[in-house]
Design a protein around this ligand. Structure first.
Ligand code: CDP
Length: 255
């Protein structure tokens, strides 16, 4: 990919051979790698590499709410802290959380809340700290996906996992999983998240222009992409439990 300096975007987002600038087909996902239990000091944690995005999520809870006035007597609360490292983007990002980080934290909270049984944990909080170490488009979706995995790793009872992906449109074509440059220079960006217990969307944002038919096609293609990502989440969790099972078996054999 050519070096992009500041706001200089390429004129075309498809190459001569019809592929996207990073070599992908229109509906191909970037490579995705997930791992759980990566942080020693958290109740649950997960790491996600999604294309050039590199993200950690740490979960604590249920635990006492600080500050106390945020506690709810009849239910638990979910607090999400989305942060981007100063070195995670081309321009140095100011270290203090900005308006965008607060908005994305709120968006991720709304995506995850429907799968939790918060009514069973009055007066307590679940906290999810998400740190984007390297950012390249679709971080709200990647963070939602890795946060759900970290909650599951913490053993928090959940109705299902939550998975998110950004659909979009570039140079007149619908595409799956926008990269940073496609997000900035493209025509439309449509991040969506699915809660699997009811197969409903818990996030649907839209920025740009497309007609209703394209919008509907994006949702259909989005579901296909979400299904693939959900399978990777499930495989990642299963891998952890298979490893624990094997360790236990090994221990029994030694006795
Ligand atoms: O990351 P997401 O697409 O969910 O949110 P966005 O606000 O649409 O940002 C799109 C991309 O712009 C991010 O993923 C980063 O790669 C980049 N970005 C940046 O370069 N500098 C910032 N201060 C914020 C975002």
């Amino acid at each position: 990919m050519p070096l992009i300096i500041k706001d200089e975007y390429p004129e075309k987002l498809f190459r001569e051979d019809g592929k996207r600038l990073d070599g992908r087909d229109k509906h191909e996902l970037r490579p995705i790698k997930m791992e759980v239990g990566v942080l020693e000091n958290a109740d649950g944690s997960a790491y996600l590499e999604w294309g050039n995005n590199k993200i950690y999520a740490a979960v604590y809870g249920p635990r006492e709410v600080h500050p106390h006035h945020l506690a709810k007597p009849d239910r638990g609360i979910l607090r999400v802290f989305y942060r981007m490292a100063t070195f995670s983007v081309f321009d140095r990002k100011r270290p203090a959380p900005g308006r965008r980080e607060k908005e994305i934290s709120m968006v991720i909270t709304d995506c995850l809340e429907p799968v939790l049984f918060l009514e069973l944990y009055p007066g307590t909080s679940f906290e999810v700290f998400i740190n984007v170490m390297d950012a390249d488009g679709g971080t709200r979706c990647a963070c939602t996906t890795v946060a759900a995995l970290a909650l599951a790793d913490a053993g928090v009872p959940m109705k299902s996992l939550v998975t998110a992906v950004a659909m979009g449109k570039i140079d007149g074509e619908l595409i799956t999983d926008l990269s940073g440059i496609e997000d900035k220079a493209g025509e439309a960006d449509l991040p969506c998240a699915m809660t699997w217990f009811n197969e409903e969307l818990s996030l649907l944002q839209f920025d740009g222009k497309m007609d209703l038919e394209e919008f509907s096609k994006c949702l259909t293609l989005g579901k296909e992409a979400l299904t693939k990502i959900h399978e990777i989440q499930l495989d990642t969790l299963k891998k952890k439990y298979i490893e624990i099972q094997e360790e236990l078996k090994g221990g029994e054999n030694e006795q």
